[in-house]
Design a protein around this ligand. Sequence first.
Ligand SMILES: NC(=O)c1ccc[n+]([C@@H]2O[C@H](COP(=O)([O-])OP(=O)(O)OC[C@H]3O[C@@H](n4cnc5c(N)ncnc54)[C@H](O)[C@@H]3O)[C@@H](O)[C@H]2O)c1
Ligand SMILES: O=c1ccn([C@@H]2O[C@H](COP(=O)(O)OP(=O)(O)O[C@H]3O[C@H](CO)[C@@H](O)[C@H](O)[C@H]3O)[C@@H](O)[C@H]2O)c(=O)[nH]1
Length: 477
Amino acid sequence: MKIACIGAGYVGGPTMAMIAKKCPEIEVVVVDINEARIAAWNSDKLPIYEPGLFEVVKEARGRNLFFSTDVGKHVGEADIVFVSVNTPTKTSGVGAGKAADLTYWEGAARVIASVSTSSKIIVEKSTVPVKTAEAIEKVLRRNCKDSSVHFEILSNPEFLAEGTAIEDLTMPDRVLIGGKDTETGRAAIASLASVYAHWVPEDRILRTNLWSAELSKLTANAMLAQRISSVNSISALCEATGADVQQVSKAIGTDSRIGPKFLNASVGFGGSCFQKDILNLVYICETVGLQQVADYWNQVILMNDYQKDRFVQRVISAMFNTISKKKIAVYGFAFKKDTGDTRETPAIDVCRGLVADGANVCVYDPEVTDDQIHADLTQQTYEWYDHPNPRSAPVDKKAIGISHDPMEAANDAHAICILTEWDEFKHYDYQKVYESMHKPAFIFDGRNILDHAKLREIGFIVYAVGKPLEAFLQKEY
Ligand SMILES: NC(=O)c1ccc[n+]([C@@H]2O[C@H](COP(=O)([O-])OP(=O)(O)OC[C@H]3O[C@@H](n4cnc5c(N)ncnc54)[C@H](O)[C@@H]3O)[C@@H](O)[C@H]2O)c1
Ligand SMILES: O=c1ccn([C@@H]2O[C@H](COP(=O)(O)OP(=O)(O)O[C@H]3O[C@H](CO)[C@@H](O)[C@H](O)[C@H]3O)[C@@H](O)[C@H]2O)c(=O)[nH]1
């Protein structure tokens, strides 16, 4: 069996590496139009940072795992073609700011059609709107010159999270395969299931119809993001009342119907998926006339925007309503720990908000590159139609410092903002950090990862999301 995967990104690379590792008899080729990305996959410096990924790639690369820019050749030869291209939110035209942009998906489908001389199973790995399979099938059918070629489309959404991709792929909670309830549909599902069955227990391979699989992916992300927005909304109430959001999360999370995961209050959720997929869900609801359902899910995003903005307001008000010309160290720029990915990271909005109020930020992140930080903060980003962020304007490069040393970043600073939960932040010598800062020295813990009592003993004024406000902050706010 030969597998090709179109799209060598955060999903295509790790998922195919895992299939190649677990199925040595299957040839797996990951193809992409981005030459630099393919070159990086073929090198010792992979294009994405993901714990454990390099070991998996190294084991299979050159044996039965290959990375190539020759899209036509490898797709043409494959029995199964995974499509894991990007499906970002549309930024212009009908549905701008909400609908998924399927340009890359359709482009991939047209390539598949044009090079296919044998029948193939086409697997939707990208996250797509419900009914995409139907549209893609039409594109494939109408563009393939050989009428004897049959395309069977399956939906096999990916649930890995960045930072834990290898863990998630090694032991997935489930593998979801949606397909048609026809003879060829059932055969295709069985064929794809046999690939995963190399390492995934049979009872974790779920089979559904196409539309359920497509919708399950959007729903899973919406529900996960909703939990974060819910707990973040409660964090604001905790600060107003003296309750402690971590105690509340623990108390509710021990209820087995609620469960303990995804209840960490934070500066807001980021990442390339949650916002995009909820907007997509909202758009689908609107197009089928379900405005109340659309409004319900849109609120998850509005609450996330509120949380990011609330954090910036806290910083400003705590620091006597002026952060003009004050140096603020930002610890963490990635949207979560153990990744170098900054897509939709809350750090963008927070840094822009701080700079808009006159601060000089100095960013330290162990994985994100300087170029990425500069690009994220200085380039024009899309103004979301339904939730424009007043603090989202690009900022001047001069107001952004970047340091590769956390001690240096904090030196002469008035405040530190913790925006990513990198483990190393817990182990710094905060006594030394304190001594190098202006007084009063503030720490704004947007991830609740530090030892706040110890920091207060040292002399810091500490704000932590959803935790009881210390007297100093109550007076200032
Ligand atoms: N990032 C995640 O953690 C994650 C998890 C689950 C699902 N998803 C979904 O998976 C999809 C891919 O996400 P990603 O983060 O891997 O995106 P990505 O941007 O990292 O990678 C997509 C790749 O596809 C390539 N590409 C686009 N059109 C192409 C074409 N016609 N031919 C060849 N290559 C082409 C691009 O060059 C790019 O390298 C999205 O739909 C996303 O929503 C992402
Ligand atoms: O209790 C929590 C958990 C997460 N987050 C934040 O939420 C965002 C997303 O985190 P996470 O879901 O762990 O990472 P992603 O890589 O975005 O993974 C999500 O999005 C992927 C893309 O669709 C899905 O495949 C995954 O199942 C889904 O978890 C990050 O900013 C986290 O810091 C919180 O603030 N509090």
